[in-house]
Ligand binder design. Structure first.
Ligand code: PMP
Length: 381
C-alpha cells in the first residue's frame, strides 16, 4: 500500500507524541495518595506558565465545552445580560450555553472568517452598561481566525464586565497572557496544543471573576467552582480525576516547557506562515482575513466538490485534515498545524492537497505549494 501511513492534521484531536502515549500504559495510581498529589501539584504549577497567570488553573474531566459551561454557570445568574461574540461555530457554542441557562445575550455578530473589532466591543459595553460578561474566543477554529484578545481586554478591563475567553484551540499555539492582558476566565482543553488525548479541560478564574461567583445563582454541582477551589488548596480534586490523562499531562507539559512556551508559539506561527505560502503557491485562496497559528482555512476552488476533495485526501492519501462546519461544509478545508506538528507535517499536508486537487481535475502544478512551504521553512522565519 503506497499511501499506508496515517497522518492526523485536524485542529483537534491532534497527534500525541509517543512519550505521552506511553504514560497512559502505566498502572493506574490512586488519586488520594501523595504520589498523585505530587503530580497534580507539578501540573498545576506548569499550567500557570502556559496560561501566563498566577491564578489557579482547575483541571476538569470534561471536554472543552464542559469548561465553557463551568465558566458560565459559576459567574452568571438567570436573566443576566451578557455579550457574546459570534463569528463561527464556537462563538455559537457560547450563545447556546448562555441560552440554555436563560441569560439575556446581546450578540455581536461577526462575519465568518473575520475577526471582531475591539472598539465595537467597547461600544456594546457603553451602550449596555449592565453587561456582566463578555464571551469570546482566542482562535475561532471553525473559520481559522485569530481574535485580538489583548485589545479586546483593554475595552473590557475598565468596565464592570468580566472577559471570558475560549482558548480551547488557541492556547499554546497563539499568545495569550491572562494576567498582563487582564483576561478574567480562560478555558482550554487537552486534545489541541497540549498534545494529549481528548478528555481533560482547564479553566482559570481571576479575582474579578471570583467576585461574581458568590452572586451567581445558576444551578451547578459537578461544575461548581467552590469544590475545585477547596480541593486545589489541598492538592487534590473534588471528584475522581482522569488519572491517566493527568499523568500524561505531566509529560506533555514538560515537553512544552522544555521547548519554552514562547518558542512553541513561534513554531506554530512559522508552520502557519509556511502553510499560507503553500496555499497561495498552489493558487488557492485563504478563507480568513485574519488567519493564525492553529489551522489554515482554505477556500475550496470553484468547480471542485469540497467534500469529495476532503475524502480523497483522507481515503487515498491517509491525511486527515478537516472540512468546513455548519454553513461552511463543503466550502473550506482546514489544515491544522497544531500541537505535535513540525516542518515536515506541513509538507505532507500540502503534498496530499496538491495530489488530490490534481486527481479532482484542478489545474495545479505539482510541487508548487510544497516549494513555497519549503522556502519559508528552510529560512525558518
Ligand atoms: N472552542 C473551540 C475554539 C474549539 O476548537 C473547540 C473544539 N473544536 C471547542 C470549543 C469545543 O471543545 P470540545 O469539543 O472539546 O468540547
Amino acid at each position: 500500500m503506497l499511501f499506508g501511513k496515517h497522518y492526523l492534521m485536524a485542529p483537534g484531536p491532534t497527534a500525541v507524541p509517543e512519550s505521552v502515549l506511553l504514560e497512559a500504559a502505566k498502572p493506574i495510581i490512586h488519586h488520594r495518595t501523595p504520589d498523585f498529589s505530587q503530580i497534580l501539584w507539578s501540573v498545576s504549577d506548569d499550567l500557570k506558565k502556559i496560561f501566563k497567570t498566577r491564578n489557579p488553573v482547575y483541571i476538569l474531566a470534561a471536554s472543552g465545552t464542559g469548561a465553557m459551561e463551568f465558566a458560565l454557570v459559576n459567574t452568571c445568574s438567570n436573566g443576566d445580560r451578557v455579550l457574546v461574540v459570534v463569528g463561527g461555530k464556537f462563538g455559537e457554542r457560547w450563545l447556546q450555553i448562555a441560552k440554555a441557562y436563560g441569560l439575556d445575550a446581546v450578540v455581536y455578530e461577526v462575519e465568518w472568517g473575520s475577526a471582531p473589532i475591539p472598539e465595537k466591543i467597547g461600544e456594546y459595553l457603553e451602550e449596555h452598561p449592565d453587561i456582566k460578561a463578555v464571551f469570546t474566543t482566542l482562535f475561532e477554529t471553525s473559520t481559522g481566525t485569530t481574535y485580538d484578545i489583548e485589545r479586546i481586554a483593554k475595552y473590557v478591563r475598565h468596565s464592570g464586565a468580566i472577559l471570558v475567553v475560549d482558548a480551547v484551540s488557541g492556547i499554546a499555539a497563539c499568545d495569550l497572557q491572562m494576567d498582563s492582558w487582564g483576561v478574567d476566565i480562560v478555558v482550554a482543553s487537552s486534545q489541541k496544543a497540549f498534545m494529549l488525548p481528548p478528555g481533560l479541560s482547564f479553566v482559570a478564574f481571576s479575582k474579578k471573576a471570583f467576585g461574581l461567583v458568590e452572586k451567581s445563582n445558576l444551578p451547578s454541582y459537578y461544575f461548581s467552582v467552590s469544590g475545585y477551589k477547596d480541593a486545589y488548596l489541598s492538592n487534590t480534586t473534588p471528584f475522581t480525576p482522569a488519572v491517566s490523562l493527568v499523568v500524561q499531562l505531566k509529560e506533555s507539559l514538560s515537553m512544552i516547557l522544555e521547548e519554552g512556551i514562547d518558542n512553541v508559539i513561534s513554531r506554530h506561527a512559522l508552520l502557519a506562515s509556511a502553510t499560507r505560502a503553500a496555499v497561495k503557491g498552489v493558487g488557492l485562496e485563504l478563507f480568513s482575513s485574519n488567519p493564525g497559528n492553529v489551522c489554515t482555512a482554505v477556500k475550496v476552488p470553484e468547480g471542485i466538490d469540497g467534500e469529495k476533495l476532503l475524502s480523497r485526501i483522507k481515503d487515498k492519501y491517509k491525511v486527515t485534515i478537516s472540512g468546513g462546519q455548519g454553513k461552511l461544509k463543503g466550502k473550506i478545508l482546514r489544515i491544522a498545524h497544531l500541537g505535535y506538528a513540525y516542518a515536515f507535517d506541513v509538507i505532507v499536508a500540502i503534498s496530499a492537497l496538491e495530489m488530490a486537487l490534481k486527481d479532482e481535475g484542478y489545474p495545479v502544478e505539482l510541487g508548487s505549494g510544497v516549494r513555497a512551504a519549503e522556502l519559508v521553512l528552510r529560512e525558518g522565519k
